[in-house]
Design a protein around this ligand. Structure first.
Ligand SMILES: Nc1ncnc2c1ncn2[C@@H]1O[C@H](COP(=O)(O)OP(=O)(O)OP(=O)(O)O)[C@@H](O)[C@H]1O
Ligand SMILES: [Mg+2]
Length: 352
């Protein structure tokens, strides 16, 4: 009877061990087991992540993937884990993979029993995407606060400039001078820029009645505003489901699509092609504006829509800020797909 119980127990143990090793092996995260810094086991996800074969990794010193400045912290962590009964706090650090590339990871370890002795099971979680998103968020926040400051300044500067313009007009009538016209038109440009900035940052102050908008009709007429560029550019229109209409401030939407088409045209150094699509799908209207222009670098996509971000010598960087604020205020979304040298697609989604 006792023998029978023992054999059932050892069978259970074997089964448990098999299950444990299967869980480790098929985990999608890097898991390895080590003792005295020597790696005894690494799962398949781990060897893929560290860019080396299991043969290269098993038997190697764990500290070889740790950067010099972190080695003492890791040694201390492992010592702490050996004495602990459960997992110890997670730390973030950069490790060096076997092919020499660096990667940001979360490093966590805890003690386990392996082959009858206490060893350390360590897990690595790739946090590159999270780190990138954090960096982009910080950049965006910085730019957004600069934008807010700029709006405050714009508000303060616009009023005195408007009164200077008024006095200039008065002087023009009493003491005409050839320079006065140039001064007035420069002043108008400055006031226009400030007005655009204010409109972008406070679109809801822009009082315009809300009407039904036939985007297909409006997109067709917008194209005619770019007649001068048309002989260099082929414009393809595929406008479907024109019976579906959004309700909103027409001029704001016209300006937004004007800005998107203008950017598409400016992205093409010589001859190019623009395709504009309009269609209805799943309760939303989609407008796609595709160009085969220069494209946008991946690390710059997060800046799109931030006031004053521009790569153009003459650009004010307010075009996309107006587009984003109009579409977001309506409750829509904008998706940008771009590849350098191939082109860019802006997909505007407007729920009905
Ligand atoms: N279709 C596109 N292709 C390539 N780059 C683009 C495209 N659309 C926008 N961009 C990039 O985004 C930046 C910001 O665009 P935005 O319209 O806000 O400002 P701008 O075009 O530079 O100036 P403005 O529109 O005020 O005259 C551009 O300078 C450009 O680098
Ligand atoms: Mg623009």
């Amino acid at each position: 009877m006792n023998q029978m119980i023992e054999s059932v127990q050892s069978k259970d143990m074997l089964q448990n061990q098999k299950m444990y090793s299967q869980i480790l092996e098929y985990s999608v995260e890097t898991v390895f087991i080590h003792v005295d810094h020597k790696i005894l086991y690494i799962n398949q996800a781990g060897s893929n992540f560290l860019k080396g074969s299991k043969k290269d990794i098993i038997g190697a010193n764990l500290l070889s993937i740790i950067q010099d400045e972190f080695k003492s912290i890791i040694v201390e962590r492992i010592q702490k884990a050996m004495l602990a009964t459960g997992p110890i706090e997670v730390i973030e650090q950069t490790i060096t993979r076997l092919d020499g590339t660096f990667v940001d990871v979360e490093f966590y370890c805890h003690p386990v029993e392996f082959g009858g002795r206490k060893v350390i099971q360590t897990g690595l979680r790739d946090i590159t995407k999270r780190k990138d998103a954090e960096k982009q968020l910080i950049e965006r926040e910085k730019l957004a606060s600069i934008g807010q400051m700029a709006v405050g300044i714009a508000h303060e500067v616009k009023n005195p400039l408007t009164s200077v313009k008024g006095f200039l007009q008065l002087i023009k009538e009493t003491n005409p001078h050839p320079y006065l016209q140039a001064m007035e038109s420069e002043l108008e440009k400055a006031i226009d820029t400030l007005q655009n900035l204010l409109q972008v940052s406070k679109p809801n102050l822009y009082s315009e009645p809300i009407t039904k908008i036939d985007l297909c009709k409006e997109l067709t007429s917008l194209i005619f505003l770019f007649q001068d560029k048309m002989y260099n550019t082929e414009i393809e229109m595929d406008l479907r489901n024109s019976d579906q209409m959004i309700i909103g401030k027409k001029n704001l939407f016209l300006k937004a699509f004007f800005n998107l088409i203008k950017n598409a045209l400016e992205a093409m150094p010589e001859k190019g092609k623009i395709r504009i699509e309009h269609y209805f799908q799943g309760d939303c209207i989609y407008v796609k504006i595709m160009d085969n222009g220069v494209g946008i670098p991946k690390d710059k996509i997060c800046f799109l829509g931030t006031p004053f971000y521009s790569s153009k010598g003459e650009g004010t960087g307010l075009g996309l800020a107006q587009v984003f604020s109009t579409i977001h205020e309506y409750g829509g979304t904008i998706q940008v797909q771009s590849e350098l040298g191939i082109g860019t697609t802006f997909i505007v989604r407007l729920p009905l």
